[in-house]
Design a protein around this ligand. Structure first.
Ligand SMILES: Cc1cc2nc3c(=O)[nH]c(=O)nc-3n(C[C@H](O)[C@H](O)[C@H](O)COP(=O)(O)O)c2cc1C
Length: 191
């Protein structure tokens, strides 16, 4: 019997900065997923400030355990990172390192999950290299990057605190990424 439960989409990313542009981009993509029928959650900012991932340690902090459980139960993810020196931030990469704790699951790592990927930097070069890196990490984690990825240059577009963007096309593309995560989740469910 096919489940009629909503597809669960977990958003992960942003920075520790008040008014984080990457977190705002994430929230637009999550709104696109919600519009497509998903139940959405977000782990952002300070909630991502976890201890450095230690593969030799069995115990996890409460925040880390909660993050692992949210990834485990998600049907799809949206990961957004600022571009720091041409790469994803340490905050986001460390959170992704915790996906290692799903290695022995029946759905190991990001197996079977669509992953929307968005990089937000203050220039095109870092936006593009960070998006490529997010895709590489997603492949390594056995996830399925959505066809559309987001490379956002905050020198040219700004996100406001009401969930909007100064460029309609960017706003549309971020929402479409959220929608594609839901479409992939529904397709997986129908297998
Ligand atoms: C440590 C650090 C390194 C950065 N490196 C780059 C960079 O290499 N290229 C770039 O275009 N922007 C760079 N930026 C700018 C950020 O990518 C940009 O401001 C982004 O919007 C920050 O995300 P946030 O608004 O979510 O904090 C850097 C910012 C910081 C704090």
């Amino acid at each position: 019997m096919t489940s009629t439960a909503a597809i669960k989409v977990l958003g992960l990313g942003g920075s520790l900065r008040d008014g984080s542009q990457s977190e705002r981009a994430l929230r637009i993509a999550l709104a696109g997923a919600a519009e497509a029928g998903a139940e959405t959650r977000a782990v952002t900012g300070g909630d991502l400030a976890l201890p450095f991932y230690d593969a030799a340690e069995d115990r996890r902090s409460a925040d880390a355990a909660a993050l692992i459980e949210q990834v485990r139960t998600a049907d799809g993810l949206i990961v957004v990172s600022p571009g720091y020196h041409g790469a994803m931030s340490g905050l986001v990469k460390n959170a992704l390192d915790y996906v290692e704790d799903l290695r022995s699951d029946t759905r190991p790592y990001l197996h079977g999950r669509g992953v929307g990927l968005i990089a937000v930097a203050h220039g095109w070069q870092a936006a593009v290299t960070t998006l490529a890196q997010l895709r590489q990490v997603t492949h390594a984690l056995r996830g399925w990057p959505t066809p559309l990825g987001g490379a956002v240059n905050t020198a040219e577009v700004k996100f406001d605190d009401a969930g909007g963007a100064s460029e309609e096309k960017v706003f549309h593309n971020l929402r479409l990424i959220g929608r594609q995560v839901v479409e992939f989740g529904l397709a997986q469910r129908a297998l």
